[in-house]
Every structure is written in structure tokens, then in C-alpha cells.
Design a protein. Structure first.
Length: 72
């Protein structure tokens, strides 16, 4: 199989491998990315102003870890 058809096939096969549709997988990944961005922003602010967002990034990453563990 050529690279392009194989790539197109992966649009369905990868989401299916984790029990999701393409759109369902997209939604999960976008939500995950949004939370990662929030954690990163909180950590960045905390680096400069330590009293702010003291536990935000760690709480978010633990939440994301739990989500990933529950999918397996």
C-alpha cells in the first residue's frame, strides 16, 4: 500500500483502535490539548509568581493521566 492511502486509512484505524470514531477521537484529543495548554500556562505564570497556581498544573496532569488510564 502506498503512503497516502495508508495515511488516509489511519484516520479510521487509529481511532477505532481506542474504541472511538474519528470525530470522537478528535474531540478527546482537542479537549486533552486544551487542558495541556491550561496546565502549561498555569506553570508558566507560577514560575514567575510562585503564589499563583501552586497546584494547578499538577492537578491537571493528574486528571489527564487518570483519563488516559481509564481508556485502556
Amino acid at each position: 500500500m502506498h503512503a497516502i492511502p495508508r495515511f488516509i486509512t489511519s484516520f479510521r484505524s487509529h481511532p477505532a483502535s481506542v474504541g472511538e470514531t474519528y470525530l470522537g477521537h478528535m474531540g478527546f484529543a482537542l479537549g486533552f490539548a486544551g487542558l495541556l495548554l491550561m496546565a502549561g500556562f498555569a506553570a508558566l505564570i507560577h514560575a514567575f509568581i510562585p503564589p499563583l497556581f501552586e497546584t494547578t498544573a499538577s492537578r491537571i496532569t493528574l486528571k489527564l493521566s487518570d483519563r488516559l488510564q481509564s481508556r485502556q
